[in-house]
Ligand binder design. Structure first.
Ligand code: GDP
Length: 301
């Protein structure tokens, strides 16, 4: 992810560095190129405008232009603006993992479109909570529309080495969620991962079902899984889920592909929700914490 954006921005900054002393016009020209690179990477227009306005405001000041290494200063200002766009404001820098700070069993609700990587991510999260956080995890699939989905989660649970809720045919998502929480209370599970049904596209029935499950299960976290490869659509999907269901965090998958990365840069501004985790491959250990500063470093690296 970010390869094209990264190489374009590096081209802009290399030219800036070679100039030595910079005039305001040099910086304005560089900013125009940054703007084009961001738009080509599919970053949402309001986010591009906001980001370049911030950089312009901070970078055309006499202090920067008169400094010993003006290009380096401009790059630092762009870096800081990227970190902010990625959600790394002063109040919330650093890794943002899953918040488990609630009485056990802590319910986590996984939501998202079909094919986004929701079920795989449920397995990845279970593996991480089991190995790293030493939690006793129960996986439960609430997907009553595709019977194969429940079997897929059961198979994943076996691979991960955690429990999955026994499959009972003919139950509603609410009945399954209720059964999962009952079992978790009885058998002292720490965390219950509730994997909801997805659809190929946003539709009212999906949103209504997910909202109903959420109201019933009162999850501590509602994690939306989106596919980075879908670009602007990922952002639109996130906006819809945020409006209709409410999410506490976003997991962006397939960052191992050649996604242009605009979705990652737009997500916080458009939805208000933080990206918490990244899916970086099909393997169950391919789950990364989201560090805005490291991602900005990757873009400018
Ligand atoms: P769901 O329909 O949202 O539950 O999606 P699945 O979890 O079944 O995932 C769909 C496909 O995407 C599967 O083949 C997964 O192995 C694959 N997948 C999930 N996450 C990632 C990821 O981060 N990177 C890559 N390359 N593939 C992924």
């Amino acid at each position: 992810m970010f390869e094209a954006l990264s190489s374009k921005l590096n081209g802009v900054f290399d030219r800036l560095r070679r100039r030595g002393a910079l005039s305001e016009a040099d910086v304005q020209e560089a900013l125009r190129e940054v703007r084009v690179a961001l738009l080509e990477a599919d970053v949402a227009l309001p986010v591009v405008k906001d980001l370049t306005a911030k950089v312009r405001e901070r970078a055309v000041g006499a202090e920067v232009l008169k400094s010993v290494s003006p290009a380096q200063q401009v790059i630092k200002i762009v870096n800081d603006a990227l970190v902010e766009a990625l959600g790394g404001g002063e109040a919330d820098t650093g890794a943002r993992g899953i918040d488990l700070n609630a009485p056990a069993p802590v319910p986590l609700l996984m939501v998202g479109l079909q094919g986004s990587g929701k079920t795989t991510t449920s397995g990845k999260i279970a593996l991480r909570l089991k190995n790293r956080d030493k939690k006793k995890v129960l996986l439960a699939s609430l997907d009553v529309h595709r019977p194969a989905a429940q079997l897929q989660l059961e198979t994943l649970a076996k691979q991960v080495g955690v429990a999955s809720l026994p499959i009972v045919a003919g139950q509603t998502p609410l009945q399954i969620a209720g059964r999962a929480m009952d079992l978790a209370r009885r058998e002292l599970f720490d965390v219950v991962v509730l994997d909801t049904a997805g659809r190929l596209a946003i539709d009212e029935a999906l949103m209504a079902e997910v909202a109903e499950v959420k109201a019933f299960a009162q999850p501590h976290e509602t994690l939306l899984v989106v596919d980075a490869m879908t670009g602007q659509d990922a952002v639109n999907t996130a906006r819809a889920f945020q409006d209709k269901v409410g999410v506490t965090g976003i997991v962006m998958t397939r960052i191992d592909g050649d996604a242009r990365g605009g979705a990652a840069l737009s997500m916080r501004a458009v939805t208000g929700a933080p990206i918490k985790l990244l899916g970086a491959g099909e393997k169950l250990d391919a789950l990364e914490d989201f560090h805005p500063d490291r991602i900005a470093g990757r873009i400018l690296g």
